[in-house]
Design a protein around this ligand. Sequence first.
Ligand code: ADE
Length: 276
Amino acid sequence: EPLRLDVVTIFPDYLRVLDLSLIGRAATDGLLDLHVHDLRDWTHDRHRTVDDTPIGGGAGMVMKPDVWGAALDDVLSSALPTGPMDAAAGADAASPAAEPIAARPNEPRRVLVIPTPSGDLFTQRTAEDLAGADQLVFACGRYEGIDARVAEHYAARGVEVHEASIGDYVLNGGEAAALVMIEAIARLRPGVLGNPESIVEESHTGVGLLEYPVYTRPVAWRGRDLAATQPVLLSGDHARIARHRRDQAIARTAERRPDLIARADPALLDVGDRVA
Ligand code: ADE
């Protein structure tokens, strides 16, 4: 079944790049079911207001919980091909006492992802976990954020809520972060990537080391001759090549990401590589 992806944003055009490249082809192939929504479609006032000043004072604007609630009630109760829609979930959505809409057995796994610089760090592990969901709803707010009661409300109703940051820097809104997360997640779904082996070998999966440097023809280029610098790669000895690449991966990781060396699974390193 396709992974259903919903993105709610005040900048739907920002997500149009999803129609291109790998993700667009996966949607065309029926592997992903992508829906981009304009948050302002759930406003009722003449100015289509989505934000207001912070209660308690301070700079910036906060996104209104009533508009987000109306949007997310609709999007989280959309029919999925993986399970029958619970008609009551949509109809009862306005009631704060409504029973959980996602906690029943055999219900599809729906995750509400809220990109925010104050969320949990999004990693390859997060991507692997979220790739197992049936529906991911990305609620993209401006960086000052969405009224905090929205996340609380859906979590209390049994929706899996994930506030996620893609790194320790501040973007103007959640859209670019949602694009990053969607690409990382979608390529892990069966059939989206042409070559599933490339997932196993790449950085941040498997042993937890960065990738070794890679080369292609010509063997000598602008004075850099692999026959001189990397003769093992030309030896045809696959066991030696694998060891050499692993050594290069360790050296590169130690140089660039010593934090990853410390966390690497010792069982997957050679005895001589283990850090005391
Ligand atoms: N919104 C603004 N900055 C962000 C970040 N670093 N990660 C996720 N969402 C964001």
